[in-house]
Design a protein around this ligand. Structure first.
Ligand code: ATP
Ligand code: MG
Length: 232
């Protein structure tokens, strides 16, 4: 088993402002598996991803990855864990504003022991032409592709993607999803991807549905479809 998530709870605020973002979430996943987290806005998807990624801490419960307990780590250990094992595609792209596209992707490569080729990846992402622009000079889709490049270039064990195609049209979405699928297959990367889109979920090995901070369904995807054949 690669990942074990046990009874995660997370509240925000207090009293009248209390939000129970996660209310006892548990699941496990294997190395090389792709899990899609589906759920309406506010159901706790980003919060769960942030906790798995060691960016936010849970109030209760545990996350174990490759036998390492994320919650038991010091801040310093957590930074090293993120650097060595995780690729993170954020819902808001979090690009470094004064670095070019190529430099933003390179940041990911520097942090890795075994990075992919930066220029080759820029080609796959359709960013070669834009590689010397800074984020404010890019379209939303180009920014999103840059942030995906930064996460993938590390060749991480676990890729966490929060709405990776949220800002893209269907053609660009398909290309990005094919890229994620290719990385997963080539490197046995485990992937957790958040989406609102039922059609995108069909490319996953497993579909987990969240509602009000709880898992309401966790099922093997019996009708798995290649990213390139999705109807988006
Ligand atoms: N820092 C915070 N302070 C207060 N409440 C928060 C905070 N972060 C998240 N929440 C609340 O927790 C709940 C879950 O938020 P989360 O961002 O995980 O939802 P989501 O499923 O990712 O939604 P979306 O699809 O809109 O991105 C929401 O009700 C949200 O308002
Ligand atoms: Mg979210």
């Amino acid at each position: 088993m690669f990942i074990e998530i046990k009874d995660i709870k997370k509240d925000f605020g207090a009293g009248d402002n209390l939000t129970r973002a996660l209310n006892g979430v548990s699941f496990t996943m294997n190395k090389g598996e792709m899990v899609v987290l589906l759920g309406p806005s506010g159901s706790g998807k980003s919060t769960l991803l942030n906790i798995i990624g060691g960016i936010e801490s849970a109030d209760a419960g545990s996350v174990e990855i490759n036998g390492e307990k994320v919650h038991g780590m010091s801040e310093k250990q957590r930074i090293i864990y993120r650097r060595n094992h995780l690729g993170y595609v954020f819902q808001s792209y979090n690009l470094i504003p004064n670095l070019t596209v190529r430099e933003n992707v390179e940041v990911g490569a520097y942090l890795s022991k075994d990075p992919l080729g930066v220029d080759e990846l820029l080609g796959v992402l359709g960013l070669t032409k834009h590689k010397d622009k800074i984020p404010s000079q890019l379209s939303g889709g180009q920014q999103q592709r840059t942030s995906i490049g930064r996460a993938i270039v590390k060749n991480p064990d676990l890729l966490l993607c929060d709405e990776p195609t949220g800002a893209l049209d269907s053609e660009n979405s398909k290309q990005i999803l094919e890229l994620i699928e290719k990385v997963k297959e080539k490197y046995s990367t485990s992937v957790i991807m958040v989406t609102h889109n039922e059609n995108i979920a069909l490319m996953a090995d497993r579909i987990i549905r969240l509602k009000d901070g709880k898992i309401v369904k966790d099922e093997i995807n019996a009708q798995k479809i290649k990213a390139g054949d999705l109807v988006l």
